[in-house]
Design a binder for this molecule. Sequence first.
Ligand code: ATP
Ligand code: MG
Length: 393
Amino acid sequence: MQYQSFLIKYAEIGTKGKNRYIFEDALMHQIREHLKKVDGEFAVQKEQGRVYVNAKSEYDYDDVVGALCKVFGITAICPMMQIEKCGYDELREKVLAFVKEEHPEEEFSFKVRTRRADKHYPVNSDTINADVGYDILTAYPKSHVDVHDPDFIIYIEVRQKINIFTRVIPGAGGMPIGTNGKAMLLLSGGIDSPVAGYMIAKRGVMIEAVYFHAPPYTSERAKQKVVDLAKEVAAYAGAIKLHVINFTDIQLAIYEKCPHDELTIIMRRYMMRIAERLANANDCIGLITGESIGQVASQTMFSLRSTDEVCELPVYRPVIGFDKQEIIDLSEKIGTFETSILPFEDCCTIFVAKHPVTKPNVNVIRRSEQKLADVIDAMIEEAISGEEVIWCS
Ligand code: ATP
Ligand code: MG
């Protein structure tokens, strides 16, 4: 069936009191943006605290539902029939006809749930429930009512118009992008950071990203992998401005001058410093990483403390308490896993120590960094001024 409308359900944004319209407007804006990616014309409208997507042309159902499922802020998508207010007999006929189209199967359990927001409608909800239930049972003798665990619920909403639907498709949840500022994601080619970006974006935060590239030690294909991951996150988060920073000279300098067991931690500290510079220059008010406590040597509590201290912006680490498998499950769900496990390394093995420190002492690390004092500022400037920007959408 070509549904003419979709009812868009949202939860948390409904709780924002007087600011509610800001969230609803952001949600509608995001819905329009996502629908630009599919064929067809749609009107996204707000009516009495409800958001509707009305089709103005032919469209592909799977494409539209697929697009709506990636909009943060939506808890459910209900493809529906919307009719003008009509007499009661006509309403009963239309509901039955709709159910027949939606559910050609002969045997099912169901329940009817009516909400009469318009109290002027002459028949009350209980009566509508009972009468429509009777109509369905008569038309489908093998079906039965199950109020606790029905196969589906027939929803009838009597408002300015009447909404009728039986399908409730779960949405992505969260808050609409654009309601919570912007943050800079440190995006590598691994499994964790794309998931971290997704999780923060889900809370309504716009995302930019930075990737530290070390040619020729890391390949063009490794970079392409990061671009692909950014696009996959952008399918939910909206277009992502990806900053590609050439990190080779800085990595070589660290390798040459600093103790090898501290390489990773020092490298991570310079990544954070540069990421913060880019964040400040691009109106981002936080950094995001895919770190999880204890996953590797550079992610012990000691190491995290020492990477944290080099920047003033808050660092958001949404997968901090997740086990690897939990992060993998999420990456599979959002569709980044297959790209993440492609074999192109994001960090050359020659830059990884055989026995990295797991309890770095901040004072010792600071002293080691002093060995770079006369070259590092110029190198950071050069890396930043030579950035390549790639828009990923
Ligand atoms: P991921 O799966 O996200 O790559 P990881 O388990 O490989 O994480 P690390 O390599 O220790 O962990 O990196 C920790 C975090 O540092 C990453 O989640 C990412 O946010 C950031 N990071 C690491 N390498 C890079 C890079 N080359 N460019 C940008 N960010 C990076
Ligand atoms: Mg990694």
